[in-house]
Write a protein that binds this ligand. Structure first.
Ligand code: KDG
Length: 350
């Protein structure tokens, strides 16, 4: 009887140890459930962006999350982080390459540090309409750029929309290139943008997005450039007086996944993730265009002076920065840029 009691105690202690070991290793990214169980593998996607949770980009991520979690029957959990909580665009891309973060969605501009062909999107006054821009990125040339990212440890899932970028500043109303002289403008970390603002006589300062609001508040920079939804939703009217609708560049977002993570996903989950990226893309573009239309008035209501350029003034900006186009045509590769221009021309004339 004594022996029996001893045996029961030993078994209880053993099962406690087993339970404790089980708790300390919760399944994540490819790990199985409890040893020997038939549970399916679980995956966690951490998706981080620089913009805040009011922006169409975040709304797109919410759709991405919902679709994946529903269609994968809970095998994948998607955690969302905004406002640079996981770092800035370049840091997050590096984390994806290392496999320590799964998803991010930068503007195309910082991706030029990985593949300079992405500089085509930074050439000023390239896309005549948002529709031409999205048909271009969704077409074969856009896909070729995404495919090229794989050798850099990134999987390009889809292009979403940031939109036409416009100038804001806190010094004066800008109507012509002359008005740009000496303005300290924050740019994205991108050579073409730097050259563009230098050509206008401004003083460009590259800086991660997460530092921008404080830099404007403290007068480290006089202004910046971003699409209307960003200007409004990031509360820039609190620290900026003037918006000029320059539309100098169309920025796509690129939804990126870590290749290390992608390669570890079973094919059925890869399919669900890819599908989610496209479904969320369509909705994100719709919301972005709706906000772009509505929020220019929002900027006025928030106290900003919003200036629309006449075609002549727009032409002046184009002429003042034509040297940037010439210079970077050669840097990117003249033949490649010609191919891009021909495709945009074809899409514009349909
Ligand atoms: O979430 C995206 C942002 O991090 C950033 O890419 C936004 O266009 C942007 C900028 O100006 O840096």
């Amino acid at each position: 009887m004594k022996k029996m009691k001893k045996l029961v105690v030993v078994m209880l202690v053993l099962s406690l140890i087993v339970a404790m070991v089980g708790c300390s290793s919760a399944p994540s990214n490819g790990e199985q459930g409890e040893a020997g169980s038939v549970e399916q593998e679980k995956y966690v996607i951490r998706a981080g962006i620089g913009l805040n949770d009011q922006h169409p980009q975040y709304k797109g991520l919410e759709i991405f999350k919902e679709y994946i979690e529903r269609e994968s029957d809970g095998r994948v959990e998607v955690q969302l982080f905004h406002s640079s909580q996981l770092g800035d665009d370049i840091q997050m891309m590096e984390a994806l390459q290392l496999g320590s973060q799964e998803v991010t969605c930068p503007s195309s501009a910082p991706i030029t540090s990985i593949d300079k062909r992405f500089m085509i999107f930074d050439l000023p006054f390239l896309f005549p309409t948002e529709e031409v821009a999205s048909d271009f990125v969704d077409g074969p040339l856009g896909q070729e750029l995404l495919d090229g990212l794989e050798e850099h440890g990134l999987v390009g899932l889809a292009y979403w929309e940031n939109g036409y970028r416009h100038l804001t500043n806190n010094v004066r109303e800008v109507k012509t290139p002359e008005d740009m002289k000496g303005l300290k403008i924050r740019t994205m970390e991108n050579q073409v943008h730097l050259d563009f603002f230098r050509a206008l006589g401004a003083n460009p300062t590259p800086m991660p997005f997460g530092e921008l609001f404080t830099a404007m508040q403290q007068g480290v920079v006089d202004g910046q450039e971003n699409p209307v939804p960003t200007i409004y939703l990031q509360n820039y009217p609190e620290v900026q007086k003037y918006t000029t609708l320059t539309g100098h560049v169309y920025s796509p977002f690129v939804l990126l996944m870590s290749k290390v993570f992608w390669d570890g996903l079973p094919a059925d989950l890869q399919e669900i993730v890819q599908e989610a990226a496209f479904i969320a893309r369509d909705e994100e573009r719709r919301i972005s265009r709706e906000y772009t239309e509505e929020l220019a008035d929002g900027l006025r209501e928030a106290g900003m002076t919003v200036t629309e350029l006449t075609p002549e003034q727009q032409q002046m900006f184009q002429e003042a920065t034509s040297s940037t186009v010439e210079k970077f045509k050669n840097e990117i590769g003249a033949d490649y840029v010609e191919q891009v221009l021909a495709e945009i021309e074809r899409l514009s004339n349909r």
